[in-house]
Design a protein around this ligand. Sequence first.
Ligand SMILES: Cc1cc2nc3c(=O)[nH]c(=O)nc-3n(C[C@H](O)[C@H](O)[C@H](O)COP(=O)(O)O)c2cc1C
Length: 364
Amino acid sequence: MPATTLRLRQRVEAFCSRFGLRVPILLAPMAGVPAPPLTIAIAHAGGLGGCGVLTMLPEEILRWSKSVRAAEVKAFQLNNWIPETAGQCDPRQEGVLRAFLERWAPTDACAEMEAALPDFQAQCEAMLTVRPPIISSVMGLYPSSYVGELKKAGVAWFATISTVAEARQAEDAGADGLIAQGMEAGGHRGCFDARAAEKQLVGLVALLPAVTDAVRIPVVAAGGLADGRGIAAALLLGAAAVQIGTGFLRCPEAHIHRAWAEAIARCAPEDTLVSRVFSGRAGRSIATDYVLAATASEAPQPAPYPVQRGLTASMRRAAQREGDVHRMQAWAGQSARLARPIPAGRLVGELWQEAQALLSDAWE
Ligand SMILES: Cc1cc2nc3c(=O)[nH]c(=O)nc-3n(C[C@H](O)[C@H](O)[C@H](O)COP(=O)(O)O)c2cc1C
C-alpha cells in the first residue's frame, strides 16, 4: 500500500476517532442559521454539527447547547468571530449611502444600534461553560489567555485560516487544528486582516496542499464542497475532514427562507461574488439585484464593518418579510447548485458513500 494512501485513511480515522465521529463531515458553523435540528440530524448520521455564536447572547449559546445535548448529541463545534475595532463612517459618506439604500428599503435612523453585537468576552465564557469538544475561531486568533483556558478545559481549538501565513500563525499560537477556507466558500471571508480579503482569494485546490505541507496539525477543508467528488478530492489533497455550509442549506432542517433556498438551487458558480455590501466585511453571496447594483462602479463605497451591517438591516428585514431574495443576505458558496433538498442525515450518508466509492483504491 503506498504511503500516501495509508496516510489518507489514517488521517481521516484519527480525526473521526478523536471526536467520536463515524463520518468526516462537519456542518459549517453559520451565524444566523443556528438550526439545532440540522446539528442533531448531522450528528445522528455520524458527522459533526455546530453553531456560529456571533449574534447570540450567552444565555442563547447555553440554550442552544442544552437543546442539542437533550437529543443525545455529544460532540459539536461552537464558533465565534474575532472582533475587530469597529469602523467609523464619516457623516457625508453615510448620507450618500443612506440615499442609495433608500431605493431598496427605508434605512434605520439608528444604524449603530442595529450594528451592535453581544459582548465577545461573555460569549467566549459561555462557550467555555458549555465545553464542547471543538471551539473554533474565524477572522483571527483567540487571545492567548483564552487559548490557555481552552487547553485546561480539554477543548480543541480550531482556527479558520485562508492563507499559508495564517495557518502558520495559528499553529504557532497553539491551535489544535485548522479549518482551511478556500475562496469558493459561502459567507464571510475568514481572513485575519479584513482589509486584505479581496487580495487573498486562494482557491481550495491550491490552499490545501500548501497548508497541509506547512503544518503538523489536522486540517479541515471548507469552501465549495457539496458532493462526494469534492469531499474525495479534499481528502486526497491532505484534509482530515471536510466542512460544508451551503451544501446543507437546502436541507429542511436548515429552515432558511424558501426564496433563498430556491435561489441556491439555481445558482451557477459564476452567479456568486465576494463583496462588502451587506456588512462592510467581504463575504460571498448570490449576485442578486441589490448586490449587482451596490457593486456597480457608480455605487457608493460600502461603510466599514459593522456600520454597513446596521445600514442594511432594515432592507434585509423587509426582504425576509416579503420573500424577496434580491434584497436578502443570500450567502452562498460557488458549488451552491450541488446542494440537495433532502433531510440532512440522509445527505451525510449519501455524501460519504459517494466519497468512499471514489476513494476506494486509496481507502482499502
Ligand atoms: C450562511 C453562512 C453563514 C456563515 N457564518 C459563519 C460563521 O459565523 N463563522 C464561520 O467561521 N464561518 C461562517 N461561514 C463560513 C463557513 O464556515 C464555511 O467556511 C463555508 O460555508 C464553506 O463554504 P461552502 O458554503 O461553499 O460550503 C458561513 C457560511 C454561510 C454560507
